[in-house]
Design a protein around this ligand. Structure first.
Ligand SMILES: [Fe+2]
Length: 204
């Protein structure tokens, strides 16, 4: 008696899941679709998606630097920084998604995987090991500065090219949250006394 199987190899409908499929990619990285119903010309969308991919690669890296810092922090401020770093990680994770979805809606292709992000980002690679708190904070602040600088340049360029949507996203969703996070980090680098102040000198 012949054994009947549910074939997964035909294009006919079947209950058999099709495993291990592959095909050519739909759209290469670095391109935009020819037209989108957005009233934004292809060259503008190409320029904006290229710039946004740079911002995305740097933001993914900053996000991951926050998680590294969250896990590896040590010392007397462990608890508050452990929580603060994870809060900022969560906020950066939202920003990553916001930037990535704008790239796609402009007809582009997002950078996504760690190896590709590592090639593109301008944020220096930290060591694998643990570092002291002031060094962790300095790395995060330096990374923020790279992003803040690009935000200001990109916001201006977006306005010049007639893309206020990208301008608004960059200013409202990336720049301003970044400026706020910089404040929270910077205050941890103020050398304020923890227990005892220097007494005022008596005037003669
Ligand atoms: Fe955690």
């Amino acid at each position: 008696m012949s054994k009947k199987t549910v074939s997964g190899n035909s294009h006919k409908p079947s209950a058999q899941p099709r495993f291990h499929q592959s095909a050519r990619e739909l759209q290469p990285f670095g391109t935009v679709t020819a037209t989108m119903p957005l009233q934004l010309e292809e060259p503008v969308r190409l320029e904006m998606t290229e710039q946004l991919n740079q911002l995305l690669a740097d933001t993914i890296t900053l996000r991951d630097l926050y998680k590294k810092s969250h896990w590896q922090v040590s010392g007397p401020t462990f608890y508050q920084l452990h929580l603060l770093f994870d809060k900022h990680y969560g906020e950066q994770n939202e920003i990553v998604d916001t930037i990535a979805e704008r790239i796609q809606l402009l007809g582009g292709v997002t950078i996504a995987m760690a190896a590709d992000v590592a090639e593109l980002t301008r944020i220096p690679r930290p060591p694998k090991g643990r570092e002291e708190v002031p060094v962790q904070l300095s790395r995060l602040l330096d990374a923020h500065q790279i992003i803040i600088t690009q935000c200001r340049e990109l916001a201006e360029l977006a306005n010049k090219l007639g893309d206020p949507g990208t301008n608004d996203l960059v200013v409202s969703d990336v720049l301003r949250p970044s400026e706020l996070q910089v404040w929270f980090l910077s205050e941890h680098l103020v050398n304020a006394p923890l227990v005892e102040v220097e007494p005022l000198k008596e005037s003669a």
